[in-house]
Write a protein that binds this ligand. Structure first.
Ligand SMILES: C[S@@+](CC[C@H](N)C(=O)[O-])C[C@H]1O[C@@H](n2cnc3c(N)ncnc32)[C@H](O)[C@@H]1O
Length: 349
């Protein structure tokens, strides 16, 4: 083992050796699974600022006390909970973000990443790397959207995960792009409708059209109604490979194109173009890749797109190429204070 010298004490610090660092990084997948189990048991919702013992948590969750303790101290080692006295735990900032009702909770992303179907696909990352095709489709014999449509519990977790990402990105989109000149905004593949609801609430005279697959649209109707927007927002179920609703002066595709390869994106964009008279705005909210030094979270999403739906994150040049092929011209790429951009394009004849 290569040991690194601690510069100040001149002693060897095994924690800084490449061997230990690599073991920690690669073994992190096991700690991630431990976080998932804590989430499954609902532990983040039970741990607060008053110390609670592993024994009490085991009783509350029907777990084996000693094993649960070992799980808790393992994830405390990465900052989720703090062991203030032996076997006594309190919440930390990170553990709060795993609670059910915490604003911007990461709980549903954790649950989504560890659904059996997703995990089984990740085990075949090698297949995707060898072939360039979705491991999910290879393992499950169907594409991820068809699979999710016939597994409503997993689709619900997926949609909640998407909504939680939207919660963190909505404000940045609204700050980065001026929606005030839009009369009717159609959100295509709009999921549960949180993004559209936020934009409509910020612009009281704007009308909305939310479009997604029928089962998702059914849930979105409730979200739109709860936001008090049913008078101003139509919710339409359907596929963007068939036909896209007409009648809007701007269309939004947020975190949609990255799910698909270039050929499928062309079909979606062609369908959009058919619904859009020349001059209609197309807004694409996606992470736009820098040419080098990709941030770790974007790199991870990019691989998830490869393994799952078979899509990818793209550079600005790749968006230019994709959009031009379907009759759109990029006017401006608006950066946001989050990781994604709003790519503003217009339909040309
Ligand atoms: C990654 S999610 C993004 C959801 C939402 N735009 C957001 O940013 O929170 C992709 C969305 O595309 C929808 N979708 C997938 N295939 C579709 C299709 N053929 N037609 C319409 N929507 C589809 C999914 O149901 C899902 O809501």
């Amino acid at each position: 083992m290569l040991l690194q010298k601690d510069e100040e004490s001149n002693a060897y610090d095994p924690q800084k050796s490449p061997f230990i660092i690599l073991l920690g990084l690669v073994g992190g997948v096991r700690l991630a699974k431990a976080v998932h189990v804590a989430v499954q048991l609902g532990i983040p919702d039970l741990v607060d600022t008053t110390p609670i013992s592993a024994k009490e948590l085991a009783e509350l969750t029907g777990s084996h006390e000693r094993s649960l303790y070992r799980l808790l101290r393992a994830i405390a080692s990465i900052g989720i909970f703090k062991e203030v006295e032996p076997t006594q735990f309190v919440a930390t900032e990170l553990s709060l973000y795993l609670r059910k009702d915490y604003p911007n909770t990461v709980r549903y992303m954790v649950m989504m990443m560890f659904t059996d179907s997703d995990w089984e696909a990740w085990e075949r990352l090698d297949y995707s790397v060898r072939t360039g095709h979705s491991a999910f489709e290879h393992v499950h014999g169907t594409d991820s959207w068809t699979y999710l449509t016939s597994h409503p519990e997993e689709y619900e977790i997926f949609n909640r995960a998407m909504t939680s990402i939207s919660d963190t990105t909505n404000a940045s989109i609204i700050n980065a792009y001026d929606f005030s000149t839009i009369h009717t905004l159609a959100d295509i593949g709009g999921g549960h409708g949180k993004v559209l609801a936020t934009i409509l609430q910020a612009h009281p005279s704007m009308q909305g059209i939310l479009f997604d697959l029928a089962p998702v649209a059914d849930t979105a109707r409730d979200v739109i109604a709860e936001a008090g927007l049913e008078e101003r927002c139509q919710v339409i179920g359907g596929s963007f490979f068939d036909e896209i609703p007409t009648g809007a002066d701007a269309y939004l595709l947020k975190h949609v194109l990255h799910d698909w390869d270039d050929a499928a994106c062309k079909k979606i964009l062609d369908a959009c173009h058919s619904a859009m008279p020349a001059g209609t705005k197309l807004l694409i909210a996606e992470q736009v890749l820098p040419l080098t030094d990709i941030p770790v979270s974007v790199a991870s999403t990019d691989l998830s797109m490869l393994v799952g739906p078979g899509g990818c994150e793209r550079t600005e040049q790749e968006y230019h190429t994709l959009l031009e092929a379907s009759g759109f011209k990029i006017i401006k790429v608006h950066p946001t204070h989050a990781l994604h951009c709003v790519v503003e394009a217009v339909a040309v004849a």
